[in-house]
Design a protein around this ligand. Structure first.
Ligand code: DAH
Length: 347
C-alpha cells in the first residue's frame, strides 16, 4: 500500500476504536495513540522523507486530510461523552429541592444597644468621642476630682498596670480628655469598654459604658433632665417616666441617680398579680448616674468658672438587660449561638 493509502486507513480504524471508548480517559489514550508525537500518524509521516519526490505532494495532502479527520472524530466523540455525562447529572439533580440557607451573622446585642444609645444622642446633637482603654491616673481619677486618698478609688476596684497606668474603670476620663482638647460648647457621648477587678453574678471584669457630657453657657439641670427623658423614652418607649434620686459622684455636684418606670411591670410593681422581680416591686429601675459637672473638674482642665454643664454615665449591659428582659449578665459573654441568634437581623 502506498503512503496515501496508509493515511486513509487511520480514520476508519479510529472510528472502530471509538465505538468502545466510553470515557474521556479512554478518549485521551486514543488521541495519544493516533495523534501523539510517537503515534500512528507520526509514524507514517516519518516515511514521507523516503518516498520518491513525485509522490510526496499527494501523500502530504493525504496526511493533512487524515490529521483533520482524526481531530474531528475525537472532537465529536468527546462532545457526545460530555453530553451523556451532563444528562446523567441532570437526571440526579432535583431542582425542586429547597436551597440551603446561609448562616447569617449579626452584631452582638451589646454592640447593637451601644450603637442605638449613641444614635439617640447623635440625633440630639451630641458628637461621638473615644478614649484609650489603657489610661493614666490623671484622667481616670485626678482630673475627675478623685484625689489619691479618695474612697471612690476603692469603690472602683481598679486593675493597675503600673502605679500610674491602669485599665480605665469608667468612660468618664473621656470627659477630661475632650475638655483638654476642645473649648466649650461641647456635647459628646463616649462609648467603650471599661475594666474592674470584680466578677460575680452581676459583675464582669470587662463591661461597656456610655459617658455623656454637655458643657457651655447657662446649661442647667433642667437641660440634663430633658436630654435624659428624651433618651429614656427613645430606648424604653414613649410611656416611660423618669425620676432623679439625690446621689454622690466626685465629678458632679449636685449628683443624681436616674430611675425609669419599670419596663417589665409598667411601674406597677407586679406582673399578673406576682411581685415584679426586675424592679423588686418598687416600680422603678436605675439606669444611670449623672449630675452637674463639679467646678473642680473645670479647674483641672483649665476651663473658666463661667461655664456650666452636665455629665452622665451608664452601663450598656444593664440597659440591654432591661430593654430585652435578660436576667443573667453572663449570657452576654458566653457566646452561645442560641442566645446571640435571637438578636439577628431577622430575629
Ligand atoms: N463614672 C460613673 C461610674 O462608672 C458613672 C457616672 C456617674 C458618670 C455620674 C458620670 C456621672 O458622668 O455624672 O460609675
Amino acid at each position: 500500500m502506498n503512503l496515501a493509502g496508509e493515511f486513509a486507513e487511520l480514520a476508519p480504524e479510529l472510528s472502530r476504536a471509538l465505538e468502545n471508548a466510553g470515557s474521556l480517559e479512554e478518549l485521551e489514550e486514543l488521541r495519544i495513540d493516533f495523534l501523539g508525537r510517537k503515534g500512528r500518524l507520526a509514524a507514517i509521516m516519518a516515511k514521507l522523507a523516503k518516498i520518491p519526490a513525485g509522490e510526496r505532494p499527494a501523500a502530504g495532502q493525504a496526511a493533512n486530510e487524515a490529521k483533520e479527520k482524526l481531530g474531528e472524530l475525537l472532537g465529536a466523540r468527546k462532545a457526545a461523552i460530555e453530553a451523556e455525562q451532563e444528562q446523567k447529572l441532570l437526571a440526579d439533580f432535583d431542582p425542586t429541592m429547597p436551597g440551603r440557607a446561609f448562616w447569617q451573622g449579626s452584631l452582638h446585642p451589646v454592640t447593637q444597644v451601644m450603637e442605638e444609645i449613641c444614635l439617640i444622642f447623635q440625633k440630639l446633637g451630641f458628637d461621638i468621642a473615644y478614649g484609650p482603654e489603657v489610661e493614666i491616673d490623671r484622667y481616670n481619677f485626678e482630673a475627675l476630682n478623685i484625689p489619691p486618698d479618695h474612697p471612690a478609688r476603692d469603690m472602683q476596684d481598679t486593675l493597675y498596670i503600673t502605679e500610674n497606668i491602669l485599665l480605665r474603670t469608667h468612660t468618664s476620663p473621656v470627659q477630661a480628655r475632650t475638655m483638654l482638647a476642645r473649648r466649650p460648647p461641647i456635647a459628646i457621648v463616649a462609648p467603650g469598654k471599661v475594666y474592674r477587678r470584680d466578677s460575680d453574678l452581676t459583675h464582669t471584669p470587662m463591661f461597656h459604658q456610655v459617658e455623656g457630657l454637655m458643657v457651655g453657657q447657662g446649661i442647667t439641670m433642667a437641660n440634663l433632665r430633658g436630654v435624659l427623658l428624651a433618651f429614656a423614652r427613645a430606648v424604653f418607649g414613649e410611656a416611660t417616666s423618669m425620676r432623679f434620686r439625690p446621689s454622690f459622684f466626685p465629678f458632679t455636684e449636685p449628683s443624681a441617680e436616674v430611675d425609669v418606670s419599670c419596663m417589665i411591670c409598667k411601674g406597677k410593681g407586679a406582673v399578673n398579680g406576682k411581685p415584679c422581680r426586675v424592679c423588686k416591686t418598687t416600680g422603678w429601675v436605675e439606669i444611670l448616674g449623672s449630675g452637674m459637672v463639679d467646678p473642680n473638674v473645670y479647674k483641672a482642665v483649665g476651663y473658666p468658672e463661667t461655664v456650666s454643664g452636665f455629665a452622665f454615665g451608664m452601663g450598656v449591659e444593664r440597659i440591654a438587660m432591661l430593654k430585652y428582659g435578660i436576667n443573667d449578665l453572663r449570657l452576654f459573654f458566653q457566646n452561645d449561638i442560641r442566645f446571640l441568634s435571637q438578636f439577628g437581623v431577622d430575629a
